[in-house]
Design a protein around this ligand. Sequence first.
Ligand code: SF4
Length: 435
Amino acid sequence: MPRFKIETWGCQMNEYDSQKMVGLLKKNGFTQTESEEDAEIFILNTCSVREKAVHKIHSRVGVLKKRYGNRKIVGVCGCVASHEGRELLEKIPSLKFVLGTRSIHLITEAVNRALNGAKFLDTNDHTNEMDAPITFAERVGQTKAYVSIIEGCDNFCTYCVVPFTRGHEHSRPFSVILDEVRNAVETKGIHEIELLGQNVNSYNYEGKCFADVLQAVSEQPDVQRVRFLTSHPKDFNENLVRVIAAHDNVCPTIHLPMQSGSDRILKKMGRQYSRIDYLRKIEMVREILPECWLSSDFIVGFPGEDEKDFMDTMNVIQSVKYDNLFSFKYSPRPRTAALKLKDDPVPDSIASSRLSILQHAQEQIQLNKHLQMINHVYPVLVESFSKKNPKRLTGRTEGNHVVHFEAGRAEQLIGSIVDVRIESVTMASLKARLV
Ligand code: SF4
């Protein structure tokens, strides 16, 4: 059977979509390969959150065309496919199929048509398909199972392309989510579940909210760890934090994207909370969960951001002291409301310098936090052998820190939770030994 190679850009939701496509293709007799030479079919599962990511995908298609001419089948799925649709097929005649984020269940049909010389395009909103249980996602070699609970977004933050690529919010049935969790645990032997959604806090299915989902998932037999991504600060509430506090297997790890510390910019971003609302939620989290791990996203260089706005952001970073941060320069995206703002764009050199100030400050904060972990013992879910040193194992703490530790070739530890003592640290990772 033909061999395919799948290349994935972007967030966990895209990774999960790729696992679903791999599962479907394998079920239909196709073989996955990591080798570019061997592959007859290339599936590029794409991200369009930043302009740079979109350029990378266009250039990857160009490279494949140059290297292999028409000898390989290349198709684009995911956010760029949803966003550009037919235009993409017209702009890049060598492409054989384009599948939007809500059409990936059609991957086998798309590939089969391409093998027969026909092109295939589907960017329709197959919302009903999202309610079907996903038991076919490829979980081989995984120690964590993604389970999506809500897809799409209705928030329309002014800088964000996601509502245009992932569609309107749709909460998946409560019972289907629990079936998928049980399937991952019982048939795949996976004990860590990561619940996914563009905004998990908006979950609403027949009166059930996200706190109900989290509680029910954490109470399933043999679920040893539960995480979730992502929470919108406006909907993040005490009820949810109390569920985390009441369940030892829910990681006290909260990703709460703030985006800017300036009220003026938050308003222009359409984020629907103020700086003080956000900081009060952080206080509430730390009161109920003193041992929690916090992370966030920030954008610098949003149109109209001045020095004072940036200093407001820096003040938040210095006062909250996040355990991890994801920071980016503002990237204008087609169809978003921010394109219509009258404010002056921030020159790229200023945005770059702000980004580097922010990242440098965060590196120091992170390193200091890691230094405080030395000599303490943490449970780690062992994920794999270290890529750099195959005698070492790599795992993650509840706080999502990457930990490397010596364990010979103790393959049997992969997938289990072990205690390690931290011995040395860098800004990015921790070194430990088994206790
Ligand atoms: S909440 Fe805002 S930033 Fe997050 S996906 Fe929705 S529109 Fe984008």
